[in-house]
Design a protein around this ligand. Structure first.
Ligand code: NCD
Length: 302
């Protein structure tokens, strides 16, 4: 049995294999979606979400149904499951794993997916655990970079916004460190800087990185600009602001073939006027998420 819990469980070879499998599934969907829809017709997955979600939950549920798998779901598990009566996460997982072939879980506590995996009799997919990681977002981000740039190495990637409380940026930095020659520039205010566990990991992995609050100085060098929102729900200091906006002035400074990404939701940090620029890849990224999650479920349910 295989759980998907963290970027650290992958090496470059496994990641490359998975990204190629995503292409296979995408092609199968585009050429013969009826056959694909029969491929896992005897299975069921559960989505157990203790935190809000639009893309992650709905893309997993859409992915499952496109593979023929049934879906059972608790979209507000903290309120609508027995957690509201005081049941432990462990007992909930022991129960749900009696009903399904895989559990996709999002939780506000870091480490919750690991706790779930420790007691589950079916694969657990971490769909975001607090300030920890978001491995399936990482996979779709890497797939998107591969599709947009044609490679995953020798890239200069800006990762910016709320790096302290965001989980997608932590997973992405780890995954990029699996490939040679990548340079990461973390752009944030000092109060929202990337955690030292990640920067220590980059040092160990031999991945070059710098930290700055000068977005405009960083932009001209970047092949990929990955931006994130301020994670208001995780702030202990409510007065913190992210300060940066990717707008027309920022676009002017970027390479003509740069790629702009964002895990979404955005709440003002990428101006809507950027959307029409061919470099804006965030809605292509959303679409890629569906195929990545189909490929993931296909792998785990087979
Ligand atoms: C991200 C998350 O939940 O961490 N959203 C997503 O899954 N696409 C990013 C965010 O909420 O800011």
């Amino acid at each position: 049995m295989q759980h998907i819990l963290s970027a650290s469980q992958f090496d470059a070879k496994q990641l490359n294999k998975f990204l190629k499998h995503t292409d296979v599934i995408r092609k199968a969907f585009e050429t013969n979606r009826h056959k694909l829809a029969a491929s896992h017709a005897d299975t069921t997955v559960a989505t157990l979400f203790y935190e809000p979600s639009t893309r992650t939950r709905l893309s997993f549920e859409s992915a499952a149904s496109k593979l023929g798998a049934g879906v059972i779901s608790t979209e507000n598990a903290g309120e609508y499951s027995s957690a509201a009566k005081g049941e432990t996460l462990e007992d909930t997982i022991r129960t749900v794993s009696c009903y399904v072939d895989a559990i996709i879980i999002r939780h506000k506590e870091t480490g919750a997916a690991d706790r779930a995996a420790a007691v589950s009799s079916v694969p657990i997919i971490n769909a975001g655990d607090g300030k920890g990681e978001h491995p399936t977002q990482g996979l779709l981000d890497m797939y998107t970079i591969w599709k947009e740039k044609g490679r995953l190495e020798n890239l200069h990637v800006i990762i910016g916004g709320d790096l302290k409380h965001g989980r997608t940026v932590r997973t992405l930095a780890r995954m990029l460190s699996l490939y040679k020659g990548n340079t990461l520039t973390f752009v944030s205010t000092p109060a929202l800087a990337m955690g030292s566990d990640i920067t220590d990991h980059l040092t160990q992995a031999g991945t070059a990185y710098t930290e700055t609050d000068d977005l405009y100085a960083a932009l001209p060098k970047a092949d990929v600009v990955y931006w994130t929102r301020l994670q208001k729900e995780r702030l202990t200091d409510a007065s913190l602001e992210s300060e940066f906006v990717i707008d027309q002035a920022a676009l002017q400074l970027m390479k003509p073939d740069a790629t702009i990404m964002h895990p979404l939701p955005r709440v003002g940090e990428i101006a809507e006027s950027v959307d029409d620029d061919p470099r804006a890849a965030y809605f292509r990224q959303v679409k890629n998420g569906l195929f990545v999650r189909m490929a993931l479920l296909d792998t785990l349910l087979t």
